[in-house]
Design a protein around this ligand. Structure first.
Ligand SMILES: [Zn+2]
Length: 209
């Protein structure tokens, strides 16, 4: 028997033994491949949200960007408005801007779900708006230690919110998002959340933490 023939015979047994020794079955391997693909997808789509955040920063706005993705396509984008000249408003958050854009386009097709990528953890207002939309997953980059709403205990609120089963994934491309917030809070003319706990936390936050 030539070497190539031996290899052809042996490979299925080697693969089988590996699976047996590792205590896995084919279903587990399939799930791991799916999780890895999902993680790589999250890293890829968060880059698009970061592009929106950079545009917001260039416009003098608080650098939050958002994209909504469904079936491998960006179906809506949004970035923060209303902060460039002082306290501004607390309605035009990037997630709300993106969800409004999605609604203006007629929303998702019936039965479709989407993932929302945001460069900062959604606040309580945005988290509630997301729960009431067709978003099935939320992926965020930098933690909002002052106003983040995704750790809200949904068992303590009404059944409308509890039954959504929303999946939340945190800290994807966190350092790139943190760099934008550090740049924003380092501007001497910034008046948005100046002197706040969020500003102090962000300027001290370690990259990689
Ligand atoms: Zn918000």
């Amino acid at each position: 028997m030539r070497w190539m023939e031996v290899a052809r015979v042996m490979i299925p047994f080697v693969a089988f033994d590996f699976l047996a020794l590792s205590g896995r079955n084919h279903g587990d391997v399939g799930r791991e491949v799916h999780v890895e693909e999902e993680r790589q997808g999250d890293v890829y789509w968060m880059k698009k949200a970061l592009d929106e955040a950079r545009l917001a920063l260039d416009e003098g706005e608080f650098p939050v960007g958002c994209v909504v993705v469904s079936e491998g396509e960006v179906v809506a984008t949004g970035r923060r408005r209303g902060t460039a000249h002082g306290p501004g408003n607390e309605l035009d958050h990037a997630e709300v801007v993106a969800l409004r854009t999605l609604m203006a386009q007629g929303g998702l097709a019936s039965g479709k779900k989407a993932t929302l990528y945001c460069t900062m953890e959604p606040c309580l207002m945005c988290f509630a708006a997301i729960l009431l939309s067709d978003i099935g997953r939320v992926v965020w980059a930098f933690e909002d230690v002052m106003g983040g709403g995704t750790s809200c205990d949904l068992s303590s609120v009404g059944p409308l919110y509890q039954e959504k089963g929303l999946e939340v994934v945190s800290r994807v491309r966190r350092n790139e998002s943190l760099a934008l917030f550090k740049a924003f809070f380092s501007r001497p003319d910034n008046a948005y959340w100046q002197g706040s706990f969020l500003e102090q936390y962000t300027l001290k936050a370690a990259v990689g933490a």
